[in-house]
Design a protein around this ligand. Structure first.
Ligand SMILES: *Cc1c(COP(=O)(O)O)cnc(C)c1O
Length: 443
C-alpha cells in the first residue's frame, strides 16, 4: 500500500468511527456527570474560522492583527459571563478547568505554600492533588497540599475540624495561603459561609472550583460562591454548563489584573477563540433558560436517587436527601465494585463512570475498581427527560446491576426511550437532533 492509500484509508476510517460514535450516543443513556450535549447553536459557533486564529492577550490589547470581530465576540462573552455569574471580573480564556485552576494558583500562591482542599476519595479533583499523586497543585505549582477533614455521613467538609486543622498548621509554621472549595464528587453545597469569616480573619484566600456545578450556579439553584465569601470561582464550561470544552474564571475587580496576567502570558498563549464564541452562545442560552434547566436537573437527580434507594441501592448522602446537585452516587462494592459495574452498564448502553468514594482508600480500594458509581442527570434533563424517566432509569440500572438481565433487551428499551427525546431543550433554536452527525464535506 502506498502512502496515499494508507492515508486515505485512515482518513475514511476516522469519519466512520465518528459517525459510529454519534449513532451509539444517540441510542445510549449518557449519565457521565462531567459531560453534556451542547446546542446546535454552540456547535455552529465552534466550527467557524475562529478555530484557527490567534489573539493572545486581552480584547483591544492583542499581540496579533485581525482581531476586530474576535475582540467583539470575546467582550460579549465576558459581558454575558459577568451577568450570569454576577461577577465584576470574568475571564473566558482558560482553555480548560485545569488551566483556570492553575491560573489562580499562579496569581495567589508561590511554590512551597500550603493549600487546603478535598482529598480525591472525598470528592477532590486532581488539580488540587498532592505531588505524589501527580496533582496539578503539587506537581506543577509545587504547593504543599493538606486535606479538609470530611464527614462521610454529611458528605461534606467538617467546619470545626477544619478550623482546628488550620490552627495546627499555623503552629507548625505551615499556615495555608489558600483553601479550595469544590470538587468532582459534589452532592451538597460546601460550607463557605461558615468558614469564610474565620478564613478572612486569618488572611487566607478562598478559591471555589465550580467545574461540575457551574450550570447550577448560573441557574441560581446551587450555592453562590462569590456572594458567600469566595474570592474567586473557577469552572469548566462543558459539564453542567452546556457549552464547549473550556474553562472560565469569575472574580472581583480588585483581583482582575493579577488574574489576567496569570492566564496570559502564564498559562495560555493563544486561547481557543472558537470556544470563546461557543462560551458566549452557551452563556446567552443559560441566561435565558438556565433557571428552569437547573431546577429540572436537581429535581431529576433527587428523583433518580430516591428511586434507586427504593430499589435497595446504597445511595450516598441519605441524611440530606441524597443530593442537591446534578449528581447521584451509589456504593456498588457489593456488586463487584465500580470498575466491574461500569463495564456491565456500558455493555447495556448505560454510560456512567466509576468513582472513588469516602472510605475507599482506607479499605485498600483502587481507582481501577473503586466502591462507587457516579452519575449525572444534566445531559438527559437537557433532552427533556423528567421524573417518570428517572424512575424507569433506576429500574434499568437495577435490571443490569442486580438482576443481571439480558443486555440486548435493556439496549432496545433505551433506544426507544431516547427516540422519544431527540432534541436539546433550553435553547433558542433546536431543529437538529441532539446527537446528529453534522457533515460539512459535500458529496
Ligand atoms: C473536571 C474538573 C476540573 C477540570 O476541568 P477540565 O475542564 O476537564 O480541565 C477541575 N475541577 C473539578 C472539580 C473538576 O471536576
Amino acid at each position: 500500500m502506498d502512502e496515499y492509500e494508507f492515508a486515505k484509508e485512515k482518513y475514511e476510517k476516522v469519519f466512520e468511527l465518528l459517525e459510529e460514535h454519534h449513532r451509539w450516543f444517540s441510542e445510549a443513556l449518557t449519565l457521565i456527570a462531567s459531560e453534556n450535549v451542547p446546542s446546535e447553536a454552540v456547535k455552529e459557533a465552534i466550527i467557524t474560522d475562529f478555530m484557527s486564529r490567534y489573539a493572545e492577550g486581552w480584547p483591544g490589547d492583542r499581540v496579533y492583527a485581525g482581531c476586530k470581530y474576535i475582540d467583539q465576540v470575546e467582550l460579549t462573552a465576558i459581558e454575558l459571563g459577568k451577568k450570569l455569574f454576577e461577577a465584576e471580573h470574568v475571564d473566558v480564556r482558560p482553555i480548560a478547568g485545569v488551566t483556570a485552576n492553575l491560573s489562580v494558583y499562579t496569581a495567589f500562591t508561590e511554590p512551597g505554600d500550603t493549600i487546603v482542599s478535598l482529598a480525591i476519595p472525598n470528592g477532590g479533583h486532581i488539580t488540587y492533588g498532592k505531588k505524589e499523586l501527580g496533582g496539578t497543585a503539587g506537581a506543577v505549582r509545587g504547593l504543599n497540599v493538606e486535606n479538609f477533614p470530611f464527614d462521610p455521613e454529611e458528605m461534606n467538609i467538617d467546619v470545626d475540624k477544619t478550623k482546628t486543622m488550620i490552627e495546627k498548621l499555623k503552629s507548625a509554621g505551615k499556615k495555608p495561603k489558600m483553601v479550595v472549595f469544590g470538587g468532582s464528587l459534589f452532592l451538597f453545597p460546601h460550607p463557605i459561609k461558615d468558614l469564610a469569616p474565620y478564613l478572612k480573619s486569618e488572611g487566607i484566600f478562598i478559591m471555589y472550583d465550580g467545574a461540575h456545578v457551574l450550570g447550577l450556579i448560573a441557574g441560581g439553584e446551587f450555592q453562590q460562591p462569590l456572594k458567600e465569601g469566595a474570592d474567586v470561582m473557577t469552572g469548566s464550561t462543558h459539564k453542567t454548563l452546556p457549552g464547549p470544552q473550556g474553562g472560565v474564571i469569575a472574580s472581583f475587580e480588585i483581583y482582575a489584573e493579577k488574574l489576567k496576567n496569570a492566564v496570559f502570558p502564564s498559562n495560555v498563549s493563544n486561547h481557543h477563540l472558537h470556544h470563546v464564541a461557543g462560551k458566549a452562545i452557551a452563556f446567552a442560552e443559560m441566561l435565558a433558560f438556565g433557571k428552569q434547566y437547573a431546577k429540572d436537573v436537581i429535581r431529576n437527580a433527587q428523583k433518580l436517587a430516591e428511586a434507586l434507594a427504593e430499589k435497595g441501592f446504597k445511595v450516598l448522602g441519605e441524611k440530606h436527601g441524597y443530593t442537591k446537585s446534578h449528581q447521584v452516587v451509589i456504593d456498588v462494592w457489593d456488586f463487584g465494585g465500580g470498575g466491574v459495574v461500569e463495564k456491565e452498564l456500558e455493555e447495556a448502553n448505560i454510560i456512567v463512570n466509576r468513582n472513588l468514594i469516602p472510605g475507599d482508600i482506607k479499605s485498600g480500594r483502587h481507582f481501577k475498581n473503586p466502591g462507587g458509581i457516579r452519575m449525572g442527570v444534566q445531559e438527559i434533563t437537557r433532552l427533556g427527560m423528567g421524573p417518570s424517566e428517572m424512575e424507569e432509569i433506576a429500574e434499568l440500572l437495577y435490571r443490569v446491576i442486580v438482576k443481571k438481565e439480558d443486555k440486548a433487551e435493556i439496549k432496545k428499551r433505551i433506544k426507544e426511550l431516547k427516540t422519544q427525546f431527540p432534541k436539546v431543550k433550553y435553547a433558542f433554536e433546536s431543529k437538529r437532533d441532539a446527537y446528529e452527525y453534522i457533515k460539512i464535506r459535500l458529496k
